[in-house]
Design a protein around this ligand. Sequence first.
Ligand code: C2E
Ligand code: MG
Ligand code: MG
Ligand code: MG
Length: 281
Amino acid sequence: AAKQEGRNVFQFYTEAMNLQVARQLQLEELLYNALERDEFEVHYQPVLHIGSREITSAEALLRWHPSGIGPVYPDEFIPILEKTGGIIQVGNFVLEQSLKMAASIKAESLPGFHIAVNISPRQLRNADFPEYLFKLLKQYKFPATSLTLEITEGVLMTGYSIIEAAIKQLISKGVHIAMDDFGTGYSSLSYLRNYPFHALKIDRSFIRDITHDKADLELVNAAIAMAHSLELVVVAEGVETEQQLDLLALKACDYAQGFLFSKAVPKQAFFSLMSSKTERS
Ligand code: C2E
Ligand code: MG
Ligand code: MG
Ligand code: MG
């Protein structure tokens, strides 16, 4: 009987795995021409300065509208693009769209506006990346110091020296680097010591329960204090309630981003968000 059971479990796993592999292959196929078919769109989520409650920047978040199947979210399609290498072209598209958008906000409503873009390890491993980025900044007359590249701890864990060199070159030209999803990876502390990061983004899984989980609040408090002592600014991700925002203000967190203010929205909606804010003040 035990043998029979073991076999059923095995069959169950292989069926689940087959389904997953089939889904991956389907998405891989659809992603192959997605850029040419114009199926990608960059959305922007506002980031607010907690002290002033003003929008100071935005994070660019990629959206994919595949035809024929339902919506697919970045957590599913970004890893596939990383695997196939498609992320290089698609990542360049995100950077170009984001700089174009941010340059017009700078010109029209907020000269100090800042934009943050997520970058995959695969992009940084490409030796041409820093030069490509510097050219793009020049093309859009966009100051390097108004751009933040968000990387996760995983990027540095890959151990590629080319990635380390790229990050140092980008920083030397003034580009800001933020450590994204802080607290979810490994050995973040040694990376914080070895790289002059500009910002630390606390993962939303730590923010979620701060109003009723004392331990989470203490961890967030400690992360903020540590970041500040290393002269990093702190962004809290996933802020959904006023109570969370009040606690973060109390702990001297610098910036907040989350559904409390807005989800990521298309470019035009973000422009309206910005103009309604500036009209009111
Ligand atoms: P991330 O960089 O940590 O982005 C924050 C994620 O949290 C976004 O999910 C955003 O929509 C979500 N979020 C923001 N505020 C809230 C909130 O208050 N509540 C909840 N429940 N969620 C909130 P999204 O857009 O699905 O992106 C997921 C991840 O995919 C990103 O995590 C990032 O790692 C990756 N990603 C997205 N766009 C790009 C891109 O252009 N390039 C690369 N390499 N990765 C990207
Ligand atoms: Mg991010
Ligand atoms: Mg994050
Ligand atoms: Mg994330």
